[in-house]
Design a protein around this ligand. Structure first.
Ligand code: THU
Length: 137
């Protein structure tokens, strides 16, 4: 992905992060993903007084992508405010994996911007995926 596109995704992720509902953790997160045809979808974490009902930023971005009819993630940026880049939680690694290819890149960003980029296989090695349920003939 060209650097300029990563910058655009980071901007989209930060815009969503600004709308995060995170009164309990006080850890607002934004995520933005690009599809191979260049569409961008963003999400933020939405916490809940019943804590386990909260949702992650990546989940929101993926839900927006799916609702729009898209099914493949080319690049995804996740951003938090901490000094360390925010990397996707375990559940979100699996959510991303569902719509990932070998070319998908996940970019972890913090207060200083994108710090590290990963393949999905690096984040979730030996993963379980759609191919397990629909093996090639
Ligand atoms: N969070 C995300 O939105 N994405 C992640 O991948 C890591 C964690 C949120 C969940 C919760 O609202 C807050 O960050 C603190 O865990």
């Amino acid at each position: 992905m060209p650097a300029a596109d990563t910058v655009q995704l980071l901007q989209a992720a930060r815009a969503a992060q600004a709308n995060a509902h995170a009164p309990y953790s006080r850890y607002p997160v934004g995520a933005a993903l690009a599809t191979p045809d260049g569409r961008v979808f963003a999400g933020c974490n939405v916490e809940n007084a019943a804590y386990p009902s909260g949702t992650c930023a990546e989940a929101g971005a993926i839900a927006a992508m799916v609702a729009a009819g898209a099914r493949e993630i080319a690049d995804l940026v996740v951003v938090g405010n901490g000094p360390e880049p925010t990397t996707p939680c375990g559940d979100c690694r699996q959510r991303i994996r569902e719509f990932a290819t070998a070319a998908t890149r996940v970019h972890a960003a913090g207060a200083q911007g994108v710090v590290r980029s990963f393949t999905v296989d690096e984040l979730l090695p030996q993963s379980f995926g759609p191919g397990h349920l629909r093996p090639a003939p």
